[in-house]
Design a protein around this ligand. Structure first.
Ligand code: PMP
Ligand code: GLN
Length: 389
């Protein structure tokens, strides 16, 4: 009998992720999919064109294990241009199969197994708990609570101990849309120092932030030498299917993760790598433009959810808005979301899918909606929720 690292469903079969389940539900029912976070429009033409050109020009074999030099240089330039970080593209940067692989490789490399703990902010992206389980470590959740989803600093201090190997941070945060306060970031760095932990940051929504600029933890005093920063081109360039991600940080940490990564995928996405390099070199107006566009969609979605009777937590970044469906009579977010296509022709994701089983009651009626869809689609979803929700 396959053990599946405890990841198999109760029937002993591979259970689909909540995102796959809800996208299949949308496809089956014809409902508007505000569940899985992927855009319904193509990204910037020069990026798409660069991929076509790369295929036409023969970039169709294995790229180097660390990623093509052009992309690693573009990542280093990007970190310098937006955050003032200076990276050696040959030593401090590794290209991965999406942020997902970077997270897996970093955790598998940096965590030793039994006895090691990984502190995460709950609710958390689904792959975090799975990768901590694969690494044989223990997940220690710090709760983020409705409505602002900022962690309580005392709870954070209590969670980080000498057993903590990694503090895994996702900022801007999926599923809540929160952006951590400066105090929280400072405390994470202080605790990592006090307990000799490594910080792994998932920054895939770094350019989808609505008030002010993103602050990578790696830029804080004393943080760089113990931080692995992870991002990906999927969200920024609306190319979630390309799975080009990367990690950056001090060479010893990045090398440890590369040692694992080379046996996960080895490499991926040859012709997409130069295309993402072109994207990272787009002018500033592109990056401010995508944030402005998504902010307007967030406002439209938020207003629609309020008009439909939900209570809404205003997100400060990411694709997502969390709404409380209790005013609409919801008792269980999972039941509510599974019934929503028939009731209102809309698909959303229950927050209970992002928390450990013991904590589901704390998020029982909260639902995540994605705003990364065309304006007309959001308007129609809002109309349906108002009329039929
Ligand atoms: N981290 C977070 C917080 C995400 O929302 C996602 C989903 N795109 C990922 C990682 C995975 O990114 P990628 O598609 O680049 O693997
Ligand atoms: N990141 C996407 C989301 O949160 C889902 C990606 C996936 O399906 N694994 O909706």
């Amino acid at each position: 009998m396959a053990a599946g690292a405890g990841l198999l469903g109760p029937d002993g079969r591979s259970a689909p992720t909540i995102f796959a389940e809800m996208s299949a539900l949308a496809a089956r029912t014809g409902a508007i999919n505000l569940g899985q976070g992927f855009p319904d429009e193509d990204g910037p033409a020069p990026v798409l064109e660069a991929a076509r050109a790369a295929i036409a020009n023969g970039a169709n074999q294995y790229p180097p294990g660390r990623g093509i030099p052009e992309l690693r240089e573009a990542i280093a330039e990007h970190q310098q241009r937006f955050y003032g970080l200076q990276l050696d593209p040959d030593r401090d940067v590794v290209v991965t199969a999406g942020a997902t692989e970077a997270i897996a490789a970093a955790l598998l490399a940096l965590v030793d197994g039994a006895g090691d703990e990984v502190v995460v902010f709950e609710p958390y992206y689904d792959s975090y708990a799975a990768c901590v389980a694969l690494a044989g470590a223990t997940l220690v959740p710090v709760p983020l609570r409705w409505p602002d989803f900022q962690p309580d600093l005392d709870a954070l201090r209590a969670a980080v101990t000498d057993r903590t190997r990694v503090i895994l941070v996702n900022d801007p945060h999926n599923p809540t849309g929160t952006v951590f306060d400066a105090q929280v970031r400072d405390e994470i760095v202080a605790l990592a120092h006090r307990h000799d932990a490594i910080i792994v940051t998932d920054e895939v929504y770094e350019h989808l932030i609505f008030d002010g600029a993103h602050v990578p933890i790696a830029t804080l005093p004393g943080a760089w030498e113990r931080t692995v920063s992870i991002s990906s081109g999927g969200k920024t360039f609306s190319t979630t299917g390309w799975k080009i991600g990367w990690m950056s940080g001090p060479a010893p940490l990045v090398d440890a993760a590369l040692a694992v990564k080379q046996f996960l995928t080895y490499v991926n996405g040859g012709p997409f790598q130069p295309a993402i390099a072109a994207g990272l070199r787009l002018p500033d107006t592109f990056f401010t433009g995508i944030a402005d566009e998504l902010r307007a969609k967030r406002d439209l979605l938020g207003a629609g959810l309020v008009a439909a009777g939900f209570a809404v937590s205003e997100p400060h970044g990411s694709y997502f808005t969390v709404a409380d469906a209790a005013p609409l009579g919801a008792v269980d977010a999972g039941d509510f979301c599974r019934a929503l296509p028939a009731r209102a022709g809309v698909v959303a994701i229950p927050l209970t899918a992002f928390v450990t089983a013991a904590h589901r009651a704390d998020y029982a009626t909260l639902v995540r909606f994605a705003a990364c869809k065309r304006v007309g689609v959001i308007e129609e979803a809002a109309r349906r929720l108002r009329v039929r929700g």
